[in-house]
Design a protein. Sequence first.
Length: 214
Amino acid sequence: MCSSFQQSRKEAVRYLRKAALMSDQTWNPLLRDQIGWHWTYQLRDRLDGLTDDEYFWEPVPGCWNVRPRGTGSAPVQAGSGAMTIDFAMPEPDPPPFPTIAWRLGHVIVGVLAMRNASHFGRTPTDYASYPYAATAAEALAQLDAEYATWQQGVESLGESGLARPCGTAEGPYADHPMAALVLHINREMIHHLSEVCLLRDLYLHTHRTRQEAS
């Protein structure tokens, strides 16, 4: 833990020095580096080794999950393949607790894939048409692919592209600049994937306690 923290601090210093050398015309790398640094040095390694048991684990009754088609009870079961994701419209208050599989599905589709389709030429997709992963390994491969497409797309905007309006794909935020969307996606990824990491910790310690008790 200590060595990992020290490495993170060294990398943070390197990024700050890099930022200090940048002019006010280089916001694009800064926006990409915000999520890129988090992805590389704090997040992605923590997702390695995700098991199917963790992926589908329901820590409380009535979770929203990704399930084999026809086995769910949620009002909406979206997806084009063998697996569907639980939804309800409107969302209940409070909403059901989402599993790792559900949270990854949301990030892969709602946060990344739909935006990649709207802004960077990806094949059109949405929650209803996406083929959800039946395994943790498949979900991580989907996440990696959509993240790479997003980062490449943001890079392709250059500096001027960050100032252009998002357009109708972003609904009431159509007039907001693309830079605002990039910041939103960064927040969403950091938020939801941190939740996934926390659920992995909870799974580990819950099951370790049960094993020790037995």
